[in-house]
Write a protein that binds this ligand. Structure first.
Ligand SMILES: [Zn+2]
Length: 247
């Protein structure tokens, strides 16, 4: 199956770039010295972590798992309006944005390594953007989050497994039921890889989960093709007061 790999050339170019421009924190622009992380501890400490007994985490996990398609949820942070995480996600230039996605993905990767079970053999599947939206934005943030997760877990990233067939309308103003209808049948398994889904485990990767309608629909399609287990992973969970357009 097609995987995303970073080439030796891009690694060399990055080393050269960082020689000319010493690495600074993506959040506060402080010089980072020898650290290989690109977000400093002070900035990470400003992002509110999400724990297993957090009401928002419990509610989201219950909602996702009760749908019968998703087997578990892994998420690292709260998405707070006007918080450090939102500024990291929204206010960076292209290069830095992809790097921020990668750094945040490393945090989820560490959490996944601690779980074991089906998670230790699962493949990472970024939730796809519609091609027209990807062209407009230039990248799919979830792919970089998945690559950060891979750097810690060594799990495969299957960026082409799911394909978005149609562009859904903006979800910002929709309630949960409307969102579910909006994303219904928006995805398909790429026919080239369809045979390999049965019996395998997957971790769907998104940047922010709001209602979970999109990730649930992706899981439904994978289960329809015989996936053994499907987990949802995101950098952050947003409560309904901070709904963001994630589609
Ligand atoms: Zn910082």
């Amino acid at each position: 199956m097609l995987e995303v790999r970073s080439s030796p050339l891009s690694t060399t170019l990055r080393a050269f770039y960082e020689f000319i421009y010493p690495p600074a924190c993506l959040g506060c622009e402080e010089y980072l010295g020898e650290s290989t992380d690109r977000i400093c501890d002070t900035c990470f400490q400003k992002i509110k972590p999400i724990t297993h007994d957090d009401p928002l985490f419990k509610e989201m996990r219950e909602r996702l798992v009760s749908g019968g398609q998703i087997d578990g949820l892994i998420s690292a942070f709260h998405f707070e309006k006007d918080g450090t995480l939102q500024s990291l996600i929204h206010h960076l230039k292209y290069e830095e944005m992809t790097r921020a996605g990668f750094e945040l993905g490393k945090k989820i990767g560490v959490m996944i390594s601690a779980f074991g079970g089906d998670l230790s053999t699962a493949s990472l599947v970024p939730v796809p953007l519609h091609p027209s939206k990807r062209r407009e934005r230039g990248y799919n943030q979830s792919v970089y989050v998945a690559m950060g997760m891979r750097s810690v877990t060594e799990l495969a990233v299957l960026a082409k497994l799911l394909h978005r067939k149609r562009n859904t309308r903006s979800q910002t103003t929709l309630n949960i039921e409307e969102r579910r209808n909006n994303v219904r049948s928006a995805f398909e398994v790429n026919s080239r890889y369809a045979a390999s889904v049965a019996g395998s485990s997957f971790i769907l990767v998104d940047d922010v989960i709001t209602t979970g309608a999109t990730i649930q629909e992706c899981a439904r399609i994978l289960k329809e093709h015989g996936a053994k287990s499907v987990f949802a992973a995101s950098v952050a969970l947003a409560d309904h007061g901070t709904l963001k357009d994630t589609v």
